[in-house]
Design a protein around this ligand. Sequence first.
Ligand code: M6R
Length: 368
Amino acid sequence: EKGGHEYFMLKEIEEQPEALANTLRGHFTEGRIVLDEQRMSDQDLRDVDKVFVVACGSAYHSGLVAKYAIEHWTRLPVEVELASEFRYRDPVLDRDTLVVAVSQSGETADTLEAVRHAREQKARVLAVCNTNGAQIPRESDAVLYTHAGPEIGVASTKAFLAQIAANYLVGLALAQARGTKYPDEVAREFHELEAMPQAVQQVLGTIDQVRDLGRRLSDSRAVLFLGRHVGFPVALEGALKLKELAYMHAEGFAAGELKHGPIALIEEGLPVVVIMPSPKGRAVLHSKLVSNISEIQARGARTIVIAEEGDETVRPFADELIEVPAVPTLLQPLVSTVPLQVLAAEIARSRGYDVDKPRNLAKSVTVE
Ligand code: M6R
């Protein structure tokens, strides 16, 4: 069942190129982005003037990633919120608000209640879900299925990458409906997404290097993760994986916040994982992160850097360098997350923990 793997999570990590390809398949036909189910009119989609993404855990992180793309492509304001907070607030919603509910299982209690809360106030709900016919898609006005296949490991991997891809399709569908992108631009963005399974396949080539690193880090007490722009939610996701699998204190920070507090945590030997932006795509952010790494390295941190291949400027500051292929900025999370999944799994395995069934956690959280 595990296809010769020691645990499901590693198999599921390796299935990510396929999960992405399957999620994208069929969603660009006759030059247009199409959803799976749409029980709302095209005019309703055109009228959307605000987007909320509501979700929990990794699904929430997929929304944080997508915010950068959806705002850029559609010029709509996007708020990403934990479902468990959203449902108890009094968010400003009306019939022109689109609430995107992201859930692998489609049964997460807080996300389902957030959907109900939104619909009571006449907002339209679009579900991004990995489970056909689950409750959340059943109660939504539109659905986009992620076709990651069944995910057995409690830690989300292939479903997370598929959620990012599906959220991007939602962004492109909105840009197309609103005319904020010309059809040829929508087509170009879609084709860039279509190239991602191959890029992720290439990152899988780093698995042995990252597993070796994981073994060497297994007795660390804590690990910090730093990123900026789309690399920030990747840092949060890397920290969540490590908490849930290795029971280790892990935190993700926006690198720009370092001087506002977190830098005080840096001490001799503390592993800090840094997710670098491309030196070409975001040159300003890249140079800011290079100076962050040099600062933390000077204070004794053990720097583990995820960087674009050929990024030589970062090499002198990287105690460990993990190279990922060059991809467009907004798509970087699809490659940079993969080594963080492997790292968490290997640290957990080295500590003797059950990678697929971490303590205290359930695959689908149907209680509140
Ligand atoms: O089924 P859902 O996508 O609604 O689940 C949401 C979270 O419970 C889930 O992503 C959780 O955080 C994972 N264990 C993270 O790896």
